[in-house]
Ligand binder design. Structure first.
Ligand code: ADP
Length: 505
């Protein structure tokens, strides 16, 4: 039972295919008009053939009716001429002729079986009123036609009027003297129709076969861009296609392809930046090790090395170890920041207090560089932040402001807020950043002056960490700088943290 159900489902799934749907629509739209046309042609042929036959028979029988009057056949049916004529007409139309008199009595039946019997029907009564009728009985393949014989004025107490249940003034009515009731076979019409029907069915079948082939061809052509698109995506998945896809047959495929190429571009850029990052990390981690190796080798390679030289080289090696460990610390911080915002530990924090603590920690570094460090809080701010991550971001900015400053320079940190955001501005009187470098300073391992930055203990990761931390808080970071005059970093963070499902930094 379950298997059968699954089978049915898998068959039904075929109809979800665009190709199948298109094929069915084309076949349906293509086959309907010829089918309707065939039906219409057959129907109008039948109508036309029947009405021509009726007209023909009515004309013949009108002449016959006149002859009947001439020969007074209604009173005396012995006339050979009329009987022969009746037989001839009955043979000609492959049918039966009844002659009915005023009393509804059949006075002549060409089949010879109903003579003397009485017949009253709606059509016969109509004919007595002078109206010839016809009735096409399709299932029994004959047409029944009535023809009035002669018309004379009649009196009120007439049996015909009684049968009609009509009461009229005697001198107002003209009634027929008799009625000719003829059954005409429509076999010839039906045979012609059958031939027509068979022939048209053959044409229809040919058209249908052609239509199937054409529809199959058309829907294969029309859906081919989608097949090519699937192939291209598959090729990309398997790794042997790396160029952007170019299938621009339809606006729809163009949109899909554009969106796909954008995703591909992003993935390639990500992959490139990942490779660059790995290369940079290896390089940065190797540099202190190489220095240490050179220092250690030169000590090992000399005999009787003076203690002072040992001390000097060991101090250098310690410095390199510190550098290595700083790079590893920064890398770990960056990796933590790279993860999703779910990793944020949000608490309501007094930002003024947080900045005071940071200043206290950084003041000794500033003092060592002979830089004056001040904090100005324009407003008291409490905000939803991850204390550890945001502290790291701000202290990186302030450390940079101290590091890249002049002897006797200053660093000013300002806290302000409006009803939605708080801003921390870190301003310095330092070297400034060249305009063409402003674009890159947030990139990992980017340094304006590589050797100098390294000398003063830079890893090139500080601003990348700061930016990631700010982005995780859904904030912004901006910089303005003039070489030789100083730089201003402005961090803007929402006071209320609103979690969003798919927010990505
Ligand atoms: P680093 O560890 O080298 O300081 P960062 O990512 O913190 O790395 O900074 C990147 C580069 O931007 C620095 O090497 C420095 O050249 C420049 N920079 C950052 N902050 C400042 C600043 N306040 N004044 C001048 N240059 C700066």
């Amino acid at each position: 039972m379950l298997n059968r159900f699954k089978k049915i489902l898998s068959v039904l799934r075929i109809f979800r295919s665009l190709k199948v749907q298109l094929f069915l629509v084309l076949v349906l739209i293509g086959s309907l008009p010829p089918m309707l046309l065939r039906h219409e042609i057959l129907r109008s042929y039948e109508d036309r053939a029947v009405s021509v036959r009726v007209l023909d028979v009515q004309n013949q029988f009108k002449i016959l009716a006149d002859h009947l009057i001439t020969y007074d056949y209604l009173r005396d049916t012995s006339s050979e001429t009329i009987n022969t004529e009746l037989e001839q007409l009955s043979n000609l139309y492959d049918g039966r002729v009844l002659v009915i008199d005023k009393n509804f009595r059949i006075i002549k039946d060409t089949y010879g079986i109903a003579e003397g019997k009485t017949i009253v029907s709606k059509e016969v009564l109509e004919a007595f009123r002078g109206i010839g009728t016809y009735n096409y009985d399709k299932s029994n393949a004959y047409i029944e036609i009535t023809t009035p014989i002669g018309l004379t004025a009649t009196t009120a107490n007439n049996s015909i009027l009684d049968a009609m249940a009509t009461t009229v003034a005697p001198d107002e009515v003209t009634l027929a003297d008799g009625v000719l009731l003829t059954s005409v076979s429509t076999d010839t019409i039906i045979t012609t129709m059958e031939i027509l029907s068979d022939n048209s069915a053959m044409y229809l079948l040919t058209i249908f076969a052609f239509l199937l082939a054409l529809s199959l061809f058309l829907c294969t052509i029309m859906t081919s861009p989608f097949d090519r698109l699937t192939q291209a995506v598959k090729g990309m998945k398997e790794g042997f296609i790396e160029e952007p896809i170019a299938i621009r047959d339809y606006t729809e495929t163009e949109h899909v392809v554009d969106a796909f190429n954008q995703v591909l571009g992003r993935m390639q850029a990500l992959d490139k930046s990942r490779q660059e990052f790995v290369a940079n990390v290896s390089h940065e981690l190797k540099t202190p090790i190489t220095s240490m190796k050179v220092l250690a080798d030169s000590l090992v390679g000399q005999d009787n090395v003076p203690v002072e030289l040992y001390q000097e080289f060991m101090t250098d090696i310690t410095g390199e170890i510190d550098r290595e460990s700083k790079i590893i610390d920064d890398l770990l911080s960056l990796v933590k920041m790279d993860k999703t915002e779910a990793k944020l530990v949000i608490n309501k924090i007094d930002i003024n207090q947080l900045l005071e603590i940071l200043m206290k920690r950084l003041r000794p570094i500033a003092r060592r560089g002979n830089v004056e460090l001040t904090l100005e809080c324009i407003r008291d701010v409490e905000a939803d932040i991850d204390e550890v991550k945001l502290s790291l971001a701000i202290s990186n900015l302030v450390e940079n402001a101290i590091k890249y400053n002049k002897e006797g320079g200053w660093v000013k940190v300002t806290l302000d807020a409006d009803h939605m955001y708080f801003t921390v501005v870190v301003e310095d009187s330092g070297w400034g950043i060249p305009e063409d470098s402003l674009h890159y300073i947030y990139e990992r391992f980017y340094r304006v002056d590589k050797s100098h930055s390294r000398e003063i203990g830079g890893t090139g990761l500080g601003l990348a960490i700061a930016k990631n931390a700010v982005m995780l808080h859904k904030g912004t970071i901006q910089v303005e700088s003039v070489v030789g005059e100083g730089s201003t970093f402005t961090v803007k963070i929402p006071i209320k943290y609103v979690e969003q499902e798919e927010f990505k930094a």
